[in-house]
Design a protein around this ligand. Structure first.
Ligand SMILES: C[S@@+](CC[C@H](N)C(=O)[O-])C[C@H]1O[C@@H](n2cnc3c(N)ncnc32)[C@H](O)[C@@H]1O
Length: 208
């Protein structure tokens, strides 16, 4: 597909999620898990483009009050099943990030894990909404791929303008205090879709 499925994201992702297995696995993203100590205990957390729910369900299991949305209803249906199996509640919604209700100054944390479907214009809108949704003191946990990932091709969109560099994130998220911003390489084993040597970037930013 020439645009990597971005022109009809719901259809593309519903197809990807039509398998019975969890294509990014059932365990949370490793970078998100490592940030647990930086999140306000029992706080309100939003998972943006949460897919099949591995991150939202894990956060709910840690005692957070979790809202989550994704454009793909098939992904959200699988996320609901994962939450039911774990015996936790997550407030799931099917929504496009450009159309979601985005409460302001509401969340103690936002998890944006591999949301690189967003082109630069959508990304600017998305980051602005995330920052506005955080309460003062709230943190954003963001994980993505850097352009070096184009050499590995072990996950993520093969389009450079969707990928992140440290200076780009510093600039785009200038409204946040950077707690951590790290480009690194690691071997991922997140289902079948994020698997193998990967060029990653992780950011934790706090709203002043
Ligand atoms: C790489 S997956 C990551 C899923 C999840 N964050 C995770 O880490 O397992 C990207 C997700 O973005 C969702 N998505 C794509 N375009 C979207 C949009 N415009 N609004 C909301 N979600 C979108 C897809 O349905 C998919 O679940």
């Amino acid at each position: 597909m020439s645009d990597a499925g971005f022109s009809d994201a719901a259809r593309t992702w519903n197809q990807r999620f039509s398998r019975d297995d969890y294509i990014f696995g059932e365990e949370p993203n490793v970078y998100l898990r490592a940030q647990l100590g930086r999140l306000k205990p029992a706080g309100r957390v939003l998972c943006v483009a949460d897919g099949e729910g591995r991150n939202s369900v894990w956060l709910a299991r840690q005692g957070f009050a979790v809202d989550a949305f994704d454009i793909a209803e098939r992904g959200v249906a699988k996320a609901r099943q994962l939450a039911a199996r774990a015996g936790v509640e997550v407030a799931f919604e099917v929504a496009d990030c450009d159309g979601w209700r985005w409460p302001r100054s509401h969340y103690d944390a936002v998890a944006a894990i591999f949301v690189q479907f967003a082109d630069p214009a959508m990304r600017a809108r998305l980051f602005e909404r995330i920052v506005a949704a955080l309460r003062p003191g709230g943190v954003l946990v963001l994980q993505g791929y850097t352009p070096r990932q184009l050499d590995y091709r072990t996950g993520g969109p093969p389009i450079e303008s969707h990928l992140y560099t440290a200076p780009m994130l510093r600039d785009a998220l200038g409204a946040l205090e950077v707690v951590e911003l790290r480009e690194y390489e690691a071997d991922l084993a997140e289902g079948t879709q994020h698997f193998g040597r990967s060029a990653l970037i992780g950011l934790v930013g706090r709203k002043p």
